[in-house]
Design a protein around this ligand. Structure first.
Ligand code: ATP
Length: 246
């Protein structure tokens, strides 16, 4: 049975004269938890942007559920949720309004308008903010008034509220203390929590710099200069692999 959910076929991405991604072939199967490693500037964010359709590759094909990405509608594309390294929050909206923005793809214009006017329901947003250990005193605070770690968790709550099947995350543990890292890691990588209070994405690809967090992943991909150097089970990761990419 083919359980590939996302696939890249011979992907290259060129910006001016720079080849940022170089002939990448990749299959991501349902339920896999993949860590994406590579030094700064190796192409991790660009790869994530190609996988979620934000960047159109110069060459090659991106497939979601075996369908070409360009042919998919907004609803199908929303099966992927992304936590961006730069968070992409709206500074002048409140934390809860930002979390509600995660619901825009599945709602109509009326919902977006009500959220902008701050008159929409925040019930679901609060549920996910609570799971991300955000205190209710910050729910209605503007993003620019929040700390780095609070902003990080607002972006994570905005992603989780989408209840998507596939998570792409770029350094999601930035700005978090060790206890919060454990909480957020469990939220992002567990399929369903014991209390059934949330539904996490089933498949995850997470760009990481912290090698001590690898234990929760079953596969590791190493990228260097826009090329995949290894794509292996985590248990098979050796020092020699890391020496190839760092
Ligand atoms: N908007 C852009 N315009 C031009 N070049 C870019 C742009 N974004 C990234 N690049 C270049 O593409 C290459 C890969 O960048 P990318 O952000 O994908 O790396 P990364 O592995 O995510 O790095 P980091 O770990 O520092 O976040 C870098 O050389 C970078 O300078």
């Amino acid at each position: 049975m083919n359980n590939t959910v996302l696939e890249l076929e011979n992907i290259s991405y060129k910006y001016k004269n720079d080849l940022i991604l170089n002939k990448i072939n990749l299959k991501i199967n349902s339920g896999e938890k993949i860590a994406l490693l590579g030094k700064s500037g190796s192409g991790k964010t660009t790869l994530i942007s190609v996988l979620n359709g934000t960047i159109k590759p110069t060459q090659g094909k991106v497939k979601l559920f075996n369908e070409s990405f360009e042919e998919l509608d907004r609803k199908k594309k929303s099966k992927i949720t992304t936590i961006w390294q730069d968070l992409r929050l709206i500074e002048d909206l409140s934390a809860e309004q930002n979390v509600n923005c995660g619901l825009l793809a599945e709602n109509n214009f009326y919902f977006a308008f009500k959220n902008l006017l701050n008159i929409s329901s925040f019930k679901k947003a609060h549920k996910y903010m609570k799971l991300c250990r955000l205190h209710n005193s910050i729910y209605d605070k503007k993003i620019r008034k929040l700390s780095g770690g609070q902003k990080q968790r607002v972006a994570i709550a905005r992603s989780l509220i989408q209840e998507s099947n596939i998570l792409l995350a770029d350094e999601p543990f930035n700005n978090l203390d060790p206890k919060l890292i454990t909480t957020i890691k469990n939220l992002l990588l567990e399929n369903v929590d014991k209390n059934k209070t949330k539904k996490s994405p089933k498949t995850a690809l997470v760009a990481l710099h912290r090698l001590d967090l690898l234990n929760d992943f079953d596969k590791v991909i190493g990228i260097r200069d826009g090329k995949i150097f290894f794509n292996i089970k985590r248990n098979n990761l050796k020092k020699i692999h890391l020496e190839k990419i760092y």
